[in-house]
Design a protein around this ligand. Sequence first.
Ligand SMILES: [Zn+2]
Length: 421
Amino acid sequence: MIALTGTLVDAQRTLRDVAVIVESGIIRAVVPADELREYGVDKVYGGRGYLILPGLVNAHTHVAMARFRGLGEDVPIERWLNEIIWPAELEWDPKEIRRWALLGMAEALANGSTTINDHYFFANEIAEVAQKLGIRAFIGQTIMDEVDFPIASPEEGFRFFKRWDGKDDLVRPTLAPHATNTVSLELMKEIGEFARERDALIHVHLSQSRGEVETVKRRYGLTPVEYLKRAGVLNERLIGVHGIYLGDSEVELYSRSGATLVHCSLSMAKLEGRIAPIIELAERGTNIALGNDSPNPVGLMDMFEEMRFAAVLNKVWRKRTDVASAREVFRWATVGGAKALGLRAGLVKPGYLADLILIDARKPQFLPGENPYSHVVYSARGSDVEMVMVNGEVVYRNGLLTKIGKTLGELWGETEKNLAT
Ligand SMILES: [Zn+2]
């Protein structure tokens, strides 16, 4: 048994001076810290001044794109994708993918993401990297048929799912059609049927550019959300990402469907200068999750930063300051992501998965400490995370990625050396 002590902060409650007791991958009990001695635990982490949080669920990532960090800044999304990112991606080989997926994944993990939901090519390589690192990972092989892109074939997408379905407790496959304009309606229907048969999650970019909306309209006379409905995939198994051009009728339709919308405010603000109608979606009952998207364009896989931007940008977007409270945004980053992925996680409660992070809050910015939600969203950074536990196992602590036995600095060194040769 392992215990974490400090102040518990989850989206439902905050409790001072508690011990969270973990056994066999599950949170067994939350007790006052002074009762800890009754439990005979083997190891205690944290202490006074520490915050115990549920692990952050990074509900949309492309971790291997760490390779492209800083490439093609300050251009519109379609140019960014067509002229910069896609040509670079056609150069990938499996070895390089492994190297950069590990770097991007380690970065997300060390900054407090216990789960990622990744959407990329060479998914098999990425899944193997996740297994080694010990992160909880949902991984989908990107599928496209409206764009000639050999590494995104539908066959490989289905094959990847079958290969990994039921193979690993922590690494689970999804279906990952690229977007509503890059996947034909026929193929999306096929993906929907497969998802129903196998109870699979579908992870798709949605309404992320004006061009996407125009293309779907021209081809089918539909909005992107209507297209998803027509394809039979608009339901609680769908994880739609971005949605920055959703119209009012789409917000209504989407909110009734049970699907999740992943909000990546920083990425969309940078690439398109706008964000999704998150407040409208949330008010109508849509489950909202947060994601970093990718190291290009955001620059840093840190969900604390993502929370902070989501809180601030929604206020600017709506021109109201009484929306996207710190507690609400924290809920999106934890409970919202866990719900989207069907995980019993996101809260620090007995019976929940022991996916937890420990923040060393013995620093000036964490005082006076009376409003922990504010401190988590507005004062904390990924670098304040001292320890990350996934499934009851410590996978990161004080700079060391324990499963692979390397520090972040050593990982940097290996990758940098390879870049130079
Ligand atoms: Zn994306």
